[in-house]
Design a protein around this ligand. Structure first.
Ligand SMILES: Nc1ncnc2c1ncn2[C@@H]1O[C@H](COP(=O)(O)OP(=O)(O)OP(=O)(O)O)[C@@H](O)[C@H]1O
Ligand SMILES: [Mg+2]
Length: 570
């Protein structure tokens, strides 16, 4: 409770009220204790006190019970008793101004970020990548950056990985080795993340970290992240919160020590942050936590045992509330001893013993004093909250969501602008088209060559056919001419035969008649033939035979001619 004299009154010991010192609230804190010992109510008491002082807070609501901070509290027998113990009369129950957020956008306004804003290191943690794969993811981010490719959502990252994988041989020289195995492993890890529904977390509008820092009527806004579903995905939950802290560090200006912090960040189930986290990332967390202090941000871890937190970080948590711890096993006892040893001892009691005796809502408390030194540990009772303890109804939640300012409601309007996915899809499309055109050109060229070959073949075939035809024509011509010669020859033979016959007849007749004078009448008519036969006769039969045979062009013809002649001469 923020008192009228501006004190952050949160607990009460036998020695009176215990206040947080406003100036020291950015020196971080720890709320630890076993289940059911009062951690969540302590967180609520601290947060609403900050709110009353005008300091906004961010807190993750793991079980829904923190949502009560949005409603007016009520008197109970427990609170009545506390009022009497603390000397408080008529506590003024009041709600805090609340904004509900939900990574899945169901019980609050969606809180999204972009892949590039999360960065390769946190993303590698989220994806559970090994060192080599993380190195490849770093390269992929650098290539995207160098080429002004926006990595907004999961599909951008997938497309970018695909692009890098396909062009690895070209990119390796400039950026370094990217094996197909590593790219494949990252793609598989992304698929696993998607199956958890985490893709909703990446997108736009991206959450503006400055929207956490707001007031309403002088009260600090309580930003409550509904995390009941989210905590079932410890990697996503813790990486998301880690991203928020990193963003705060990156975006807030240096302010140095102030009367009050600018923002207080409660990190519930903080042990999740350090499980399966590389040494490199733990070192980074440690560094961010140390540096974010000068930006006016206080971080309060909430966990069961202080041993859940790495020593370097634990050493930075100056404001402590330690609820009861159980020590059933030697391991538990060791944890209790460690917790006890982190406090500045009080001679009035044994810290170790008291830790195990504390009742619900009771704690060992040690805050930083005005000089930044831890105060002596006190056994104290934590104040009761003025807001409601426990969960609210769905209707109450809806009313609060509806009352949010319009710029907060805008987060519901998801949009998907041009980013790596769209650009690389276009690149792929153009490349595919180019490839198709090249293939087509190649096919066309092949077809052209084929056609040319075919044409040549056809030309040769035609030539051959023409030659054959010519040959045939010539053969036919030859045949025709040989037929003609045969006809001529036949005629010739006929003629020769007739003349021969006439000559032979004349000769025979002459030889039979003995050349009688009676035949002188026929002398004139036969003078020609007689002269002819005279001529023929001059060579005798052998001569006729020879001449006729000579007229025949072929042996066969000659043979036939000879036969005919022989027949005639018989
Ligand atoms: N300071 C307090 N004032 C009033 N009631 C309290 C206070 N602290 C604890 N209680 C009561 O004890 C119950 C359990 O406390 P709380 O829910 O804070 O425990 P927790 O440590 O957060 O448990 P878990 O580890 O299961 O989350 C509360 O519901 C409330 O009724
Ligand atoms: Mg709790």
């Amino acid at each position: 409770m923020y008192t009228t004299d501006k004190q952050l009154y949160v607990a009460h010991s036998a020695n009176g009220p215990i206040h947080l010192i406003g100036k020291m609230c950015n020196r971080h804190g720890l709320i630890a204790g076993a289940t059911g010992t009062g951690k969540t109510v302590s967180l609520q008491v601290l947060a609403e006190t900050f709110s009353q002082a005008g300091v906004p807070c961010f807190m993750a609501d793991m079980k829904g019970d923190l949502s009560g901070i949005s409603q007016t509290g009520a008197m109970s027998s427990f609170i009545e008793k506390r009022c009497a113990e603390f000397g408080i009369e008529n506590p003024k129950f009041q709600p805090c101004p609340v904004r509900f957020w939900d990574v899945f956008g169901e019980q609050g306004y969606p809180m999204r970020t972009t892949v590039s804003a999360m960065g390769p290191q946190l993303l590698a943690r989220l994806l559970g990548l090994n060192e080599t794969q993380t190195g490849v993811l770093n390269i992929v981010f650098r290539i995207a950056d160098d080429n002004s490719l926006l990595l907004i959502d999961i599909k951008d990252l997938r497309m970018m990985l695909d692009f890098c994988g396909k062009n690895a041989s070209k990119l390796t020289t400039e950026y370094g080795m990217m094996t197909a195995a590593s790219i494949g492993a990252i793609q598989r890890a992304i698929m696993a993340l998607e199956s958890e529904g985490a893709e909703q977390f990446f997108g736009e509008p991206a959450f503006n970290i400055m929207d956490l820092i707001d007031q309403e009527n002088g009260r600090g806004i309580m930003n409550v992240l509904c995390a009941d579903k989210l905590m079932l995905k410890p990697k996503l939950y813790s990486t998301f919160l880690l991203w928020l802290i990193t963003e705060l560090y990156a975006n807030l200006p240096e302010v140095g020590d102030q009367e009050l912090p600018k923002l207080v960040f409660f990190f519930d189930e903080a042990h999740m942050l350090f499980e399966d986290t590389s040494k490199a990332l733990i070192d980074k967390i440690e560094q961010v936590i140390r540096l974010v202090r000068s930006k006016g941000v206080g971080i309060y871890f909430v966990t069961q045992s202080p041993t859940d937190i790495p020593e370097d970080i634990l050493g930075q948590l100056g404001n402590r509330i330690q609820h009861a711890l159980r020590a059933y096993t030697p391991k538990d006892q060791k944890a209790v001893r460690t917790a006890a040893e982190t406090f500045r001892a009080n001679p009035a009691f044994s810290t170790y013993e008291v830790i195990m005796e504390l009742a619900t809502g009771e704690a060992l408390v040690s805050f930083l004093d005005a000089k930044g030194a831890p105060t002596m540990v006190e056994r104290a009772r934590i104040l009761f909250p003025l807001s409601q303890i426990g969960a609210i109804t769905a209707g109450q939640r809806l009313d609060i969501m509806n009352a949010a300012p319009s710029y907060i409601k805008e987060y519901k309007n998801y949009f998907d602008r041009e980013s790596a996915y769209e650009v690389l899809s276009e690149v792929r499309k153009v490349a595919d088209e180019q490839k198709a055109a090249e293939e087509q050109a190649l096919a066309d060229e092949k077809a052209r060559i084929e056609a040319e070959k075919q044409a040549e073949k056809d030309r040769k075939a035609a030539e051959k056919a023409a030659k054959a035809e010519e040959k045939e024509r010539k053969a036919a011509e030859k045949k025709k001419s040989s037929g003609l010669s045969r006809t001529i020859f036949g005629t010739l033979i006929g003629a020769v035969g007739a003349s021969v016959a006439r000559s032979v007849g004349n000769s025979i007749g002459k030889s039979i008649t003995g050349g009688s004078k009676k035949s002188s009448s026929s002398k004139s008519t036969s003078s020609k033939s007689s002269s002819k036969s005279k001529k023929s006769d001059s060579g005798g039969l052998g001569d006729i035979f020879g001449k006729a045979a000579k007229s025949a062009t072929t042996t066969a013809t000659r043979k036939i001619t000879q036969e005919i002649l022989k027949g005639l001469l018989k």
